[in-house]
Design a protein around this ligand. Structure first.
Ligand code: NCD
Length: 327
């Protein structure tokens, strides 16, 4: 977040919240979150869940405005940020069809965010370029939340993924988490693997050889002392997995469509796969799925991907309240 003479006054209206760790901050990557921070976010997410169940919507962020700026398609991320803001009494400027905004006239990202922050209190940005959120944050005076920067990170998804694991299994420590699919371009995997470095976990990575986890992320796992294995065969690790996190092959990131066609159907989770998994394994997917999980699995109690979306609402409500200084 850039600072200039228009930077908002850090004085908060009630209580001493100067210590609130995310007040006024950008959320660009999961590296910003220590374990105590995660505990805080999840504590607030629990409160949000209770409040939504009890009253549906309430006025914590009344008068606040969020700008949803999406240069790539989105269903869940965009609508859950909208729902989160509206359930907290705030409102949203939706810019999802950038083709109809001044972006189509050639406006730069810095100029677009400096426009939106004149009207909004927080900007949620999804963009196809690695580092776009960080670039936007350098120019913006208001907080920028990274909703996916190309093949880089997707920190709010990783937070909701971690919350899901915690809610479904009651703990994160001691688990074996297997990530499957497009580990090269899948930003949700990059963020979740990094976030799990805060815990005592073992990781398993299953992918075609050409879609392995980037060296940079593996180096971070090594640095954190995380034990992990890579394989092309799910059956090598399925039986030991407490969580199976499935991802879509990210077609839009491939230069060579023939390569995409050769790997897109590499894995399909079906009833037969589930019959070989632990009885309490949690099956997750950030969605959208395009064939990686057969619909016949949806009724399996271990299929958590629809619950995962709902958890995302509470986590995003918590993050907005924290960034805007109300939690
Ligand atoms: C993911 C994304 O955009 O990275 N979607 C999401 O936010 N739930 C996953 C994907 O598009 O495959």
């Amino acid at each position: 977040m850039a600072r200039n003479r228009l930077t908002p006054n850090r004085h908060l209206p009630f209580g001493d919240r100067q210590e609130a760790p995310f007040y006024g901050k950008d959320i660009l990557g999961v590296g910003q979150f220590r374990r105590a921070d995660l505990h805080d976010v999840f504590g607030v997410a629990h409160e949000m869940r209770e409040m939504v169940a009890r009253v549906g919507s309430f006025d914590l962020l009344k008068g606040k405005i969020l700008a949803n700026l999406f240069y790539e398609p989105s269903t869940r991320t965009m609508s859950s940020f909208t729902a989160a803001m509206e359930r907290l009494g705030g409102s949203v400027i939706p810019i999802s069809e950038v083709h109809y905004s001044s972006v189509a006239k050639g406006e730069s990202l810095p100029d677009t965010v400096r426009t939106l922050e004149c009207y909004a209190d927080v900007i949620v940005l999804r963009h196809p370029s690695l580092g776009a959120a960080a670039e936007a944050a350098r120019y913006a005076r208001k907080p920028v939340i990274n909703a996916g920067d190309g093949p880089g990170e997707h920190p709010t998804q990783a937070l909701l993924d971690l919350f899901t694991i915690h809610e479904e299994l009651g703990t994160v420590d001691g688990l074996t988490v297997t990530m499957l699919g497009d580990l090269k371009y899948g930003r949700t995997v990059h963020s979740l693997a990094r976030l799990l470095c805060q815990y005592d976990v073992q990781l398993r990575f299953v992918s075609p050889d050409s879609l392995r986890l980037p060296e940079k992320v593996k180096a971070e796992l090594d640095e954190a002392g995380i034990r992990y294995e890579e394989t092309e065969a799910l059956d090598d690790v399925l039986g030991q997995s407490d969580v199976l996190y499935v991802t879509r092959v990210q077609k839009e990131r491939f230069d060579d469509l023939a390569h995409y066609e050769s790997v897109k159907g590499a894995y399909v989770i079906d009833r037969d796969t589930m019959s070989r998994a632990k009885p309490n394994m949690v099956l997750m997917h950030p969605l959208p799925r395009v064939g990686e999980i057969a619909m016949e699995v949806d009724d399996d109690p271990r299929a958590a991907y629809f619950r995962q979306m709902e958890y995302g609402l509470y986590v995003r409500m918590a993050l907005l309240a924290m960034v805007l200084g109300k939690a």
